[in-house]
Design a protein around this ligand. Sequence first.
Ligand SMILES: [Zn+2]
Length: 419
Amino acid sequence: MPCGHNLNCARVRLESLTYYILLSWRTPLPYGLSFEPPATPRLHSMPISLGTAKASPGRISYGTYNLLEHPIGGVEQLPVVIAQGDSRGPTFWLTAGIHGNEHAGLQVLHLLITRELARALHGTIICIPALNPAALRTMQREAYYHRGDPNRLYPDGRPPKPFDPDRDLPSALELGYTRLFGEVRNTADFWIDLHNTWTGSVSMVYRDRVYYRDDGTAAAAKAARAQAEKLDARIGEMCQAYGHSVLREMACEAYFDDKLHRSTTGAAVNVARIPALTMELGTGHMPDPKIVAACQTGLKNVLRWAGMLEGDMEPITGIKVVDLGYPCRRRGTPRLPIACIVRHLVDAGDIVKKGDPIAELSDIWGRPVGERILRSEYDGWIMGRLHGIVHYAGAELCGMGVRDDLPTVLPYPKGFFKT
Ligand SMILES: [Zn+2]
C-alpha cells in the first residue's frame, strides 16, 4: 500500500540526494578562501522559514522539518520553533538532542524561547530542540537507523570519493543532516548546539579550532589564514559572552580521527564558516536545574553579544566555572594501567596538579592492586568522571582540562582534500 506521505517521502529523498551531491561537489577553492565570517547579519531577501515553520515578526512559529522517510510509511520530522522579533537582525540557530540520552538542552530551549524573548529580539532564532528524534524516543545516544555517532555526519567540504560498489552509501540520517546543513548555510549567522557529558560533569563549552587551506598559492593561504583568524576571534568572543568553563577541542590528529570536524559545530565552523559552539550541560539523563538556568543566562548573554537582545550581561551563578588563567583542551586522562575497580578521589570542577591522586584501585575482592593510587599526569582541572567504577585496562578515568599551547587557527592536515 502506498503511504500517505508519498509526495513528502519523494521530496525528502530527492532533496537529500540533491543536497548531498551539491555539498559534496563543492570545489575546494570557494570555501576556506572566499568566505567572510558574518560579522554583520546577512540580508535575507525572503522571509525566513524552515520546513513548515515560517518566521513572523514579534511571534513564535511552530512547525516541522522532514528529515527522512521511514520504510513502513511516514516521515521522521524534526520539531522546529522560529522566534522572530525585528526581522532585520541576525539569525541564530539553537539546537539540541542529537544524542538521545542528553536531555538538558531540550529543557533549556523550552524555557528560553518565550513570547517575551521573541518580542525583544533583534533578529530570528531558529530552534530545533530534537535533532535526533529516534534516539530521543529510545533514550539512546544513536538513532536505531544509523550505526555510529550521529554527531559525525555533517559535511567536511571534501570532494566525493570515486564511486565504489563495495562501499556503503550514506545513511538516510546522513543524507537528512546534509540537507539540513544546507539550510544552516543559507540562513545561520551563528549556531549553538546543546549536549551533555557525564553524570555530575561541569557545564562547559567545547570550542572547535579553525582550519584553513594552505595548499594553494602563498597569497591564497595568507588570505585564508586571515579569514580563519577573524572567525576564531568571533568564536572566542562568543565563549566569553556565554561565561561558562571553556575547553578547546582536541588537537589536530585526534580531532580528525574522531571525525569531530563532521560534528554540528565542527562543520559549521570549518565548512560553513559560521561562529558556532558546542555546549556541554552536565548530567544528560536528568537535567541539573542550576545548569539549565545558567545555560539560559549564558545564551541570553550570547544573544546580547550578537546584538540580538538589549540589556547588560547577566552574571553566571549557581554553577562551577573553572578558569585556570591559561587555555585548556579536553583530554581523557589518566588511563588505567590494569583492569580494576576504582574509587574516585576527585570530583568534577576540582583543580589538580601533576602527581595528585585521582583514584584508588582495587580488585573485585577489595584488595589494592597495581600502584594502589592512580595519579594525575598533568596540571589541570577535572571536567567530570567517566561513568562507572568497573573498568578494563586502558580505560579513561576522567575528562580533564589540560594546558593547551597549540594555536586555535591551523592549516588543514597535509593531503586532507586529496583523500
Ligand atoms: Zn552529545
